[in-house]
Design a binder for this molecule. Structure first.
Ligand code: DGL
Length: 280
Protein backbone atom coordinates (compact mmCIF):
# COMPACT_ATOMS: atom_id res chain seq x y z
CA UNK A 1 0.00 0.00 0.00
CA UNK A 2 1.26 3.46 -0.87
CA UNK A 3 -0.60 6.67 -0.06
CA UNK A 4 1.55 8.88 -2.30
CA UNK A 5 -0.18 10.48 -5.30
CA UNK A 6 -0.11 9.40 -8.93
CA UNK A 7 1.56 12.11 -11.06
CA UNK A 8 -0.03 12.88 -14.43
CA UNK A 9 1.13 15.45 -16.92
CA UNK A 10 0.12 16.80 -20.29
CA UNK A 11 0.83 19.83 -22.41
CA UNK A 12 -2.53 21.26 -21.34
CA UNK A 13 -6.03 20.04 -20.65
CA UNK A 14 -6.17 16.88 -22.77
CA UNK A 15 -4.53 14.69 -20.14
CA UNK A 16 -7.59 15.25 -17.95
CA UNK A 17 -9.39 12.68 -20.14
CA UNK A 18 -6.90 10.14 -18.70
CA UNK A 19 -7.47 11.54 -15.18
CA UNK A 20 -11.21 11.02 -15.69
CA UNK A 21 -10.54 7.34 -16.36
CA UNK A 22 -8.13 7.06 -13.42
CA UNK A 23 -10.78 8.56 -11.10
CA UNK A 24 -13.28 6.01 -12.41
CA UNK A 25 -11.01 2.95 -12.02
CA UNK A 26 -9.03 4.04 -8.95
CA UNK A 27 -11.33 6.33 -6.92
CA UNK A 28 -9.20 6.08 -3.77
CA UNK A 29 -6.04 7.43 -5.39
CA UNK A 30 -4.72 10.95 -4.94
CA UNK A 31 -3.69 12.51 -8.25
CA UNK A 32 -1.38 15.44 -8.89
CA UNK A 33 -1.80 16.81 -12.41
CA UNK A 34 0.42 19.22 -14.27
CA UNK A 35 -0.99 20.89 -17.40
CA UNK A 36 1.54 23.03 -19.21
CA UNK A 37 -1.22 25.39 -20.36
CA UNK A 38 1.20 28.29 -20.75
CA UNK A 39 3.26 26.43 -23.37
CA UNK A 40 0.59 24.31 -25.13
CA UNK A 41 0.62 23.11 -27.91
CA UNK A 42 3.58 20.72 -27.89
CA UNK A 43 2.37 18.89 -31.00
CA UNK A 44 3.71 21.45 -33.45
CA UNK A 45 7.13 21.83 -31.76
CA UNK A 46 10.47 20.15 -32.37
CA UNK A 47 11.91 17.14 -30.53
CA UNK A 48 14.37 19.12 -28.41
CA UNK A 49 11.76 21.53 -27.06
CA UNK A 50 9.21 18.78 -26.38
CA UNK A 51 11.85 16.75 -24.51
CA UNK A 52 12.94 19.72 -22.39
CA UNK A 53 9.35 20.66 -21.51
CA UNK A 54 8.51 17.03 -20.71
CA UNK A 55 11.57 16.67 -18.45
CA UNK A 56 10.57 19.83 -16.56
CA UNK A 57 7.00 18.51 -16.14
CA UNK A 58 8.30 15.18 -14.82
CA UNK A 59 10.64 16.96 -12.35
CA UNK A 60 7.77 19.12 -11.09
CA UNK A 61 5.74 15.99 -10.33
CA UNK A 62 8.69 14.20 -8.73
CA UNK A 63 9.09 17.19 -6.42
CA UNK A 64 5.53 16.38 -5.26
CA UNK A 65 6.59 12.88 -4.17
CA UNK A 66 4.57 10.95 -6.74
CA UNK A 67 4.77 7.14 -6.78
CA UNK A 68 4.31 6.79 -10.54
CA UNK A 69 4.24 9.19 -13.49
CA UNK A 70 1.82 8.97 -16.39
CA UNK A 71 2.63 11.04 -19.43
CA UNK A 72 -0.97 11.61 -20.54
CA UNK A 73 0.17 13.38 -23.70
CA UNK A 74 0.47 11.56 -27.01
CA UNK A 75 3.16 13.95 -28.16
CA UNK A 76 5.43 13.56 -25.11
CA UNK A 77 4.85 9.80 -25.08
CA UNK A 78 5.89 9.51 -28.73
CA UNK A 79 8.78 11.95 -28.83
CA UNK A 80 10.37 11.73 -25.36
CA UNK A 81 8.94 8.50 -23.92
CA UNK A 82 12.09 6.34 -23.88
CA UNK A 83 14.23 9.14 -22.51
CA UNK A 84 11.81 9.87 -19.67
CA UNK A 85 11.46 6.19 -18.84
CA UNK A 86 15.22 5.94 -18.42
CA UNK A 87 15.57 9.16 -16.46
CA UNK A 88 12.61 8.82 -14.04
CA UNK A 89 13.48 7.37 -10.65
CA UNK A 90 9.89 6.08 -10.27
CA UNK A 91 7.81 3.91 -12.65
CA UNK A 92 6.92 5.87 -15.79
CA UNK A 93 4.02 5.05 -18.11
CA UNK A 94 2.85 6.60 -21.36
CA UNK A 95 -0.13 6.43 -23.68
CA UNK A 96 1.29 4.88 -26.87
CA UNK A 97 2.06 1.27 -25.90
CA UNK A 98 -1.27 0.61 -24.08
CA UNK A 99 -3.24 2.04 -27.05
CA UNK A 100 -1.31 -0.15 -29.50
CA UNK A 101 -2.02 -3.25 -27.38
CA UNK A 102 -5.73 -2.38 -27.28
CA UNK A 103 -5.90 -1.75 -31.05
CA UNK A 104 -4.24 -5.09 -31.81
CA UNK A 105 -6.77 -6.84 -29.58
CA UNK A 106 -9.70 -4.96 -31.13
CA UNK A 107 -8.98 -5.14 -34.86
CA UNK A 108 -11.07 -7.66 -36.79
CA UNK A 109 -9.54 -7.25 -40.25
CA UNK A 110 -6.08 -5.88 -39.40
CA UNK A 111 -6.90 -2.39 -40.77
CA UNK A 112 -5.77 0.13 -38.15
CA UNK A 113 -5.73 3.93 -38.29
CA UNK A 114 -3.91 6.36 -36.00
CA UNK A 115 -4.74 10.05 -35.61
CA UNK A 116 -2.64 12.37 -33.42
CA UNK A 117 -0.60 15.57 -33.50
CA UNK A 118 2.03 16.26 -36.17
CA UNK A 119 4.92 15.55 -33.78
CA UNK A 120 3.39 12.22 -32.74
CA UNK A 121 2.75 11.04 -36.29
CA UNK A 122 6.18 12.11 -37.55
CA UNK A 123 7.92 10.38 -34.62
CA UNK A 124 6.61 7.10 -36.13
CA UNK A 125 6.26 5.49 -32.68
CA UNK A 126 2.67 4.30 -33.09
CA UNK A 127 3.49 2.91 -36.55
CA UNK A 128 6.63 1.13 -35.28
CA UNK A 129 4.91 -0.52 -32.33
CA UNK A 130 1.91 -1.54 -34.42
CA UNK A 131 4.15 -3.09 -37.06
CA UNK A 132 6.08 -5.01 -34.42
CA UNK A 133 2.95 -6.27 -32.74
CA UNK A 134 0.91 -7.03 -35.85
CA UNK A 135 3.23 -7.46 -38.84
CA UNK A 136 1.33 -7.35 -42.11
CA UNK A 137 -1.48 -5.16 -40.74
CA UNK A 138 -2.67 -2.28 -42.93
CA UNK A 139 -1.75 0.98 -41.15
CA UNK A 140 -2.85 4.50 -41.93
CA UNK A 141 -1.56 7.37 -39.77
CA UNK A 142 -2.26 11.08 -40.17
CA UNK A 143 -2.06 14.26 -38.11
CA UNK A 144 -5.23 16.25 -37.36
CA UNK A 145 -3.80 19.62 -36.26
CA UNK A 146 -7.15 21.44 -36.06
CA UNK A 147 -8.70 18.98 -33.60
CA UNK A 148 -6.88 20.35 -30.51
CA UNK A 149 -7.82 24.03 -31.00
CA UNK A 150 -11.39 23.03 -31.87
CA UNK A 151 -11.75 21.07 -28.63
CA UNK A 152 -10.10 23.82 -26.59
CA UNK A 153 -12.61 26.28 -28.04
CA UNK A 154 -15.56 24.04 -27.14
CA UNK A 155 -16.24 22.68 -30.65
CA UNK A 156 -16.48 18.92 -30.29
CA UNK A 157 -20.14 17.93 -30.49
CA UNK A 158 -21.47 15.92 -33.46
CA UNK A 159 -23.38 18.22 -35.80
CA UNK A 160 -21.23 21.27 -35.07
CA UNK A 161 -20.42 22.58 -38.59
CA UNK A 162 -16.75 23.26 -37.73
CA UNK A 163 -16.38 19.74 -36.36
CA UNK A 164 -18.09 18.24 -39.40
CA UNK A 165 -15.72 20.11 -41.75
CA UNK A 166 -12.69 18.96 -39.78
CA UNK A 167 -13.94 15.34 -39.88
CA UNK A 168 -14.29 15.51 -43.63
CA UNK A 169 -10.86 17.08 -44.03
CA UNK A 170 -8.96 14.59 -41.88
CA UNK A 171 -10.98 11.39 -41.75
CA UNK A 172 -12.38 10.84 -45.25
CA UNK A 173 -9.26 8.89 -46.21
CA UNK A 174 -9.63 6.62 -43.17
CA UNK A 175 -13.23 5.95 -44.18
CA UNK A 176 -12.28 5.20 -47.80
CA UNK A 177 -9.60 2.77 -46.64
CA UNK A 178 -12.15 1.08 -44.38
CA UNK A 179 -10.07 0.97 -41.23
CA UNK A 180 -11.88 -1.12 -38.61
CA UNK A 181 -10.02 0.33 -35.62
CA UNK A 182 -8.97 3.94 -35.08
CA UNK A 183 -6.52 4.97 -32.35
CA UNK A 184 -7.19 8.41 -30.86
CA UNK A 185 -3.49 9.05 -30.26
CA UNK A 186 -3.92 12.46 -28.68
CA UNK A 187 -5.55 12.88 -25.27
CA UNK A 188 -7.72 15.75 -26.53
CA UNK A 189 -9.49 13.52 -29.02
CA UNK A 190 -11.73 11.47 -26.68
CA UNK A 191 -13.96 14.54 -26.44
CA UNK A 192 -14.48 14.24 -30.19
CA UNK A 193 -15.23 10.50 -29.94
CA UNK A 194 -19.03 10.82 -30.46
CA UNK A 195 -18.45 12.99 -33.57
CA UNK A 196 -15.69 10.71 -34.89
CA UNK A 197 -17.84 7.65 -34.29
CA UNK A 198 -20.81 9.25 -36.05
CA UNK A 199 -18.56 10.06 -39.04
CA UNK A 200 -16.70 6.74 -39.22
CA UNK A 201 -19.68 4.50 -38.42
CA UNK A 202 -20.51 2.20 -35.50
CA UNK A 203 -18.49 -0.69 -36.87
CA UNK A 204 -15.21 1.21 -36.39
CA UNK A 205 -13.73 0.67 -32.90
CA UNK A 206 -12.23 3.82 -31.38
CA UNK A 207 -9.28 3.36 -29.03
CA UNK A 208 -9.06 6.03 -26.33
CA UNK A 209 -5.34 6.25 -25.49
CA UNK A 210 -5.98 7.94 -22.12
CA UNK A 211 -8.38 5.22 -21.05
CA UNK A 212 -5.97 2.43 -22.01
CA UNK A 213 -3.13 4.21 -20.19
CA UNK A 214 -5.26 4.55 -17.04
CA UNK A 215 -5.85 0.77 -17.13
CA UNK A 216 -2.08 0.28 -17.48
CA UNK A 217 -1.47 2.49 -14.42
CA UNK A 218 -3.98 0.44 -12.41
CA UNK A 219 -2.31 -2.83 -13.48
CA UNK A 220 1.13 -1.50 -12.55
CA UNK A 221 0.00 -0.29 -9.12
CA UNK A 222 -1.57 -3.68 -8.42
CA UNK A 223 1.48 -5.58 -9.61
CA UNK A 224 3.92 -3.48 -7.58
CA UNK A 225 1.59 -3.31 -4.55
CA UNK A 226 1.49 0.47 -4.76
CA UNK A 227 -2.30 0.93 -4.54
CA UNK A 228 -3.67 3.52 -2.11
CA UNK A 229 -4.71 2.25 1.32
CA UNK A 230 -8.36 1.08 1.37
CA UNK A 231 -10.67 3.92 2.33
CA UNK A 232 -8.26 6.69 1.33
CA UNK A 233 -10.10 9.78 0.09
CA UNK A 234 -9.27 10.21 -3.61
CA UNK A 235 -8.46 13.71 -4.88
CA UNK A 236 -7.10 15.59 -7.86
CA UNK A 237 -4.92 18.65 -7.36
CA UNK A 238 -3.70 20.48 -10.42
CA UNK A 239 -0.83 22.76 -11.35
CA UNK A 240 -0.92 24.85 -14.49
CA UNK A 241 1.51 27.24 -16.15
CA UNK A 242 -1.22 29.64 -17.37
CA UNK A 243 -4.26 31.08 -15.58
CA UNK A 244 -5.77 28.81 -12.93
CA UNK A 245 -9.29 30.26 -13.46
CA UNK A 246 -9.35 29.55 -17.19
CA UNK A 247 -8.19 26.01 -16.51
CA UNK A 248 -10.87 25.24 -13.91
CA UNK A 249 -13.62 26.35 -16.29
CA UNK A 250 -12.49 24.10 -19.15
CA UNK A 251 -11.35 21.24 -16.90
CA UNK A 252 -14.97 20.41 -16.09
CA UNK A 253 -15.56 19.47 -19.75
CA UNK A 254 -12.52 17.18 -19.89
CA UNK A 255 -13.07 15.61 -16.48
CA UNK A 256 -16.82 15.20 -16.82
CA UNK A 257 -17.15 16.48 -13.22
CA UNK A 258 -16.65 19.73 -11.34
CA UNK A 259 -13.05 20.51 -10.56
CA UNK A 260 -13.00 20.16 -6.78
CA UNK A 261 -9.28 19.91 -6.07
CA UNK A 262 -6.89 22.78 -5.68
CA UNK A 263 -5.56 24.47 -8.85
CA UNK A 264 -2.28 26.33 -8.48
CA UNK A 265 -0.18 28.34 -10.88
CA UNK A 266 3.48 27.52 -11.63
CA UNK A 267 5.57 30.47 -12.75
CA UNK A 268 7.24 30.01 -16.17
CA UNK A 269 10.72 30.83 -14.81
CA UNK A 270 10.31 28.18 -12.08
CA UNK A 271 9.46 25.63 -14.76
CA UNK A 272 12.37 26.71 -16.93
CA UNK A 273 14.78 26.19 -14.03
CA UNK A 274 13.77 22.56 -13.46
CA UNK A 275 15.98 19.66 -14.61
CA UNK A 276 15.16 15.95 -14.56
CA UNK A 277 18.81 14.87 -14.91
CA UNK A 278 22.09 16.66 -15.46
CA UNK A 279 21.45 16.39 -19.24
CA UNK A 280 17.76 17.36 -19.56
N1 DGL B 1 -1.74 16.78 -25.38
C1 DGL B 1 -1.25 16.70 -26.74
C2 DGL B 1 -1.24 15.26 -27.19
O1 DGL B 1 -1.87 14.39 -26.60
C3 DGL B 1 -2.08 17.54 -27.68
C4 DGL B 1 -1.94 19.03 -27.47
C5 DGL B 1 -0.60 19.55 -27.91
O2 DGL B 1 -0.30 19.62 -29.11
O3 DGL B 1 0.18 19.88 -27.03
O4 DGL B 1 -0.57 14.95 -28.16
Amino acid sequence: MDSRPIGVFDSGLGGLTAVRQLRRILPEEKIVYFGDTGRVPYGSRGRETITRYAAQGARLLLDHQVKVILSACGTVSSVAGELLEEACPCPYLEVVAPAVEAACRATRRGRIGVIATRATISSGKFQRLLQQKLPGAFLLAAPCPLFVPLVEEGHYQPGDPLVEDAMELYLSHFRQEQVDTLILGCTHYPLLAPAISAYMGDEVTLIDSGREAAEAVAALLREKELLAPTGQQGSCDCMVSDSAEGFSRLARIFLGETMEGHVSHVEPDVLESLRLTAGI
